[in-house]
Design a protein around this ligand. Structure first.
Ligand code: NAP
Length: 339
């Protein structure tokens, strides 16, 4: 029996999660939703049963000649779980409006507040805490990137205070209604940015403070971290620990990975939609000065949370243990050592 998955919100994250779920042998997509009858809705209707997220918009789809199977209210009874990929804060509204009433499990995304769900989730850090849960929030792209890296470091070395700066892509590539053309925006101006507290929703025992800046770029975020070491460690020790985790990819400036532009150019050859599900860590950035470990990584915001959504579903239905779920997700998404 496959778990039947509904994707409410077939946007940047939703379409990727739908395709990832579709690759698994223990779950299937029973429908996806859109509110507007645009080209993405036309494409969605050719790949998956399409439903209308806002029932009052059905007529718009009919007028546009897009085949629909009904509304979100028709989709929910066909599913065992909803992965809510609607815009920030809309997931909480959908929970109150639909999921609680229907008594259906739901996965939420990082744009929701932490109290939308019973737990905030990252597969490496706390897979077991999601076992059997009804509501789980997969943390944001930046928090996923930070959590994976810090989990791998803290399970292998004794670490202390973490200071991290997020250099954030201002919008996703498709977003033509907003953006930042000229300037760098402290986001926020005063410490801390929300990322540190968000990491602590998954890794409560880390001592972290973060700052963030928005930059006029769309491709990836970059994180610059400084981690206090409480034992003697060499850069090679750190690299070898990071190499053991398939969801962390190490690249080298010496191979031409001189910027996020080059990383994305590489990913264009590697994957559909140039999706990088992995943290991308520059080997040369792993350096130690006194007790401080420095690391720089890039995060493809459109893709990094996709494997976590698949693993969250497995944990919530107890379909597999952590190791097996991650192994299956990695295999189907092509997450493996490239270099
Ligand atoms: P998006 O590209 O704007 O997609 C949102 C989707 O939700 C669209 O398909 C939209 O359909 C649909 N939608 C709008 N109103 C809805 C409603 N009331 N009910 C159900 N669906 C509705 O947004 P996104 O970037 O995928 O973000 C989704 C979530 O993932 C957010 O919580 C965000 O914070 C989180 N997240 C985003 C990123 C990222 O970088 N993009 C990374 C990690 C996490 P229409 O277009 O038809 O209106």
């Amino acid at each position: 029996m496959k778990v039947k998955v509904a994707i409410n919100g077939y946007g940047t994250i939703g379409k990727r999660v739908a395709d990832a779920v579709n690759l698994q042998d223990d779950m299937e997509v029973v429908g996806v939703t859109k509110t507007r009858p645009d080209f993405e809705a036309k494409l969605a209707s050719k790949r998956y049963p399409l439903y209308v997220a806002k029932p009052e918009n059905v007529e718009l789809f009919e007028k546009a000649g897009i085949e629909i199977q009904g509304t979100i209210e028709d989709l929910i009874p066909k599913a065992d779980i909803v992965v809510d990929c609607s815009p920030n804060k809309v997931g909480a509204e959908n929970k109150a409006k639909y999921y609680e009433k229907a008594g259906i499990k739901a996965v939420f995304q990082g744009g929701e507040k932490k109290d939308v769900a019973e737990i905030s989730f990252n597969a490496l850090a706390n897979y077991d805490m999601a076992r059997g849960k009804s509501y789980v929030r997969v943390v944001s792209c930046n928090t996923t990137g930070l959590t994976r890296l810090l989990y791998q470091l803290k399970t292998n070395f004794r670490i202390g205070r973490i200071r991290a700066t997020m250099l954030r892509r201002v919008v996703d590539p498709k977003e033509d209604k907003k953006g930042l053309v000229n300037g760098i925006v402290p986001d926020p101006v005063a410490i801390p940015s929300h990322h540190g507290p968000d990491v602590k929703t998954v890794l409560p025992d880390v001592d972290i403070v973060t700052t963030a800046f928005k930059l006029p770029t769309t491709l990836m975020h970059v994180h610059s971290l400084c981690i206090e070491l409480k034992e003697s460690v060499s850069p090679d020790d750190v690299i070898s620990v990071l190499e053991q985790e398939p969801r962390i990819m190490l690249v080298s400036a010496g191979d031409g990975f001189t910027s996020t532009a080059k990383i994305i150019e590489f990913a264009r050859e590697l994957r559909l939609r140039y999706d990088l599900f992995e943290n991308v860590v520059w080997r040369e950035s792993v350096g130690i000065d006194g007790n401080d470990l420095f690391v720089t990584q890039a995060v493809h915001q459109e893709a990094i949370v996709v494997p976590e959504n698949v693993d969250a579903i497995r944990a919530m239905f107890e379909l597999a243990d952590k190791k097996e779920s991650i192994r299956k997700t990695n295999k189907t998404l092509g997450i493996q050592k490239v270099f």
